[in-house]
Write a protein that binds this ligand. Structure first.
Ligand SMILES: *[C@@H]1O[C@H](CO)[C@@H](O)[C@H](O)[C@H]1NC(C)=O
Ligand SMILES: *[C@@H]1O[C@H](CO)[C@@H](O)[C@H](O)[C@H]1NC(C)=O
Ligand SMILES: *[C@@H]1O[C@H](CO)[C@@H](O)[C@H](O)[C@H]1NC(C)=O
Ligand SMILES: *[C@@H]1O[C@H](CO)[C@@H](O)[C@H](O)[C@H]1NC(C)=O
Ligand SMILES: *[C@@H]1O[C@H](CO)[C@@H](O)[C@H](O)[C@H]1NC(C)=O
Ligand SMILES: *[C@@H]1O[C@H](CO)[C@@H](O)[C@H](O)[C@H]1NC(C)=O
Ligand SMILES: *[C@@H]1O[C@H](CO)[C@@H](O)[C@H](O)[C@H]1NC(C)=O
Length: 353
């Protein structure tokens, strides 16, 4: 699983490097800037932050990602901030990665806070077995984003291994409020989202008999994520559950469907409900990706059900899902009414890889 994830990230980077967008890529802790094997330039920290010390991570690191071999640690001040330029007026995708790698030989992976523009983004809990990362979409109001690492525990010093940002097209996720943060996993995504393959228990894996889509959704999920789907057995329903804190939050759900086979004598149709509320009736179409979305206020578990309609002869099917959770309004000087952020997201669909 971990291997697959590394592979996925590397592939995603590769696909993305063909585009000409204005990335900021920082290999934290690196003494020099350099070009990686894809020809992408990774900067050292110098242009973005003044505090901190560069450290080398032992070569026994569990990671294949080159940028995780160094880190920058902050042992002096409580809060240390990177200034990441955002020259384009756009929503930015930001990712921060952390790999402790026992750089200090103490086998004490720290816990600390990650913040952006004065807002809490995440509590980073590092460990000795794998790296961790956080991703966010954020509509910045100024010409830079401040990404800060804050000490929250005595003698546990924040560090960071890799930090990157890129602008996203305006028309993606039109129903989402504009300031968001998310985690998602999968290879070959044009927008570098990482989509995580998963087969929920009780569901069957299905691969479509086509290799690319004729039409897709405005959010451009990667074709490979849509072509593989999960299906209920017989005409059962599909139940999906996402656990969140018992705190009231706004959720945004995007679900993606396609009909994997051209079967003219059969009908596949199902109702989508989110936490018991009807959202839409869906009939997936061959070689076309359709999506159904919902915004809702919820507390705790988010339950999604796909229930076959009376005339359906085939079971419900789903290719991919994104769940975003928006937290409290942002704290920004130049604030607007609908500022908010997501602090937790999931994405899943089925894949055999
Ligand atoms: C280490 O952190 C990763 C990423 O947050 C997590 O998936 C994994 O379960 C953690 N491992 C342990 C042993 O806590
Ligand atoms: C899905 O949940 C409904 C109630 O919420 C339950 O009646 C049904 O048995 C569940 N189906 C499966 C396949 O888990
Ligand atoms: C949320 O509340 C329910 C019921 O009160 C409880 O069973 C569950 O463990 C709580 N979940 C969390 C994450 O606190
Ligand atoms: C997919 O299935 C349809 C209908 O059975 C068939 O016409 C088409 O040739 C198949 N395509 C491939 C690539 O197998
Ligand atoms: C419901 O389905 C219709 C037809 O596919 C689509 O136009 C509409 O946007 C969908 N609504 C939601 C909330 O997903
Ligand atoms: C959604 O349903 C779950 C399970 O029934 C419940 O715990 C949660 O509070 C609901 N969320 C709402 C009503 O927003
Ligand atoms: C599906 O939704 C439609 C429209 O709300 C409703 O009339 C129908 O009873 C629903 N079917 C099932 C099986 O839930």
């Amino acid at each position: 699983m971990i291997k697959v994830l590394f592979f996925a990230i590397l592939l995603a980077q590769k696909a993305f490097s063909q585009d000409t967008w204005d990335w900021v890529r920082i290999d934290c802790g690196s003494d020099t800037s350099y070009k990686d094997s894809n020809g992408d330039t990774w900067d050292s920290d110098d242009d973005y932050i003044k505090t901190g010390d560069n450290k080398q991570v032992a070569s026994t690191s569990s990671s294949d990602i080159e940028q995780l071999n160094t880190l920058r640690v902050f042992s002096e001040q409580n809060k240390n901030c990177y200034t990441v330029p955002t020259p384009t007026s756009a929503r930015y995708f930001v990712r921060a990665m952390f790999w402790y790698g026992n750089y200090d030989g103490l086998s004490k992976p720290p816990t600390f806070d990650l913040e952006f523009d004065g807002n809490k983004w995440a509590t980073v809990v590092t460990n000795t077995t794998s790296f961790t990362y956080y991703e966010m979409i954020y509509a910045t109001k100024g010409d830079s984003i401040s990404i800060c690492l804050a000490r929250t525990r005595d003698q546990e010093f924040p560090f960071i291994s890799r930090l990157e940002s890129l602008p996203l097209p305006d028309d993606m996720y039109p129903q989402m409020r504009r300031d968001m943060a998310w985690f998602i996993r999968y290879p070959d995504d044009k927008y570098n989202r990482i989509w995580e393959p998963q087969i929920p228990p009780g569901l069957d894996s299905v691969t479509a008999n086509f290799t690319s889509l004729d039409e897709t959704s405005v959010n451009v999920p990667p074709d490979s994520a849509i072509i593989k789907a999960v299906e209920a057995s017989a005409t059962d329903r599909i139940n999906l559950s996402f656990g969140f804190d018992n705190v009231s939050h706004l959720d945004h759900v995007e679900m993606y469907f396609t009909e994997p086979f051209l079967e003219t004598s059969e009908t596949r149709s199902f109702n989508v409900t989110v936490n018991g509320s009807f959202v839409n009736t869906t009939t997936p179409e061959y070689q076309i990706c359709t999506s159904v979305w919902a915004n809702l206020q919820s507390i705790g578990t988010l339950d999604i059900e796909l229930v076959p309609t009376e005339d359906s002869t085939l079971a419900p099917i789903i290719s991919a899902i994104e769940v975003y959770t928006v937290s409290q309004p942002l704290v920004i000087a130049t604030t607007s009414q609908n500022d908010c952020k997501t602090h937790f997201t999931l994405k899943f669909f089925n894949s055999n890889t």
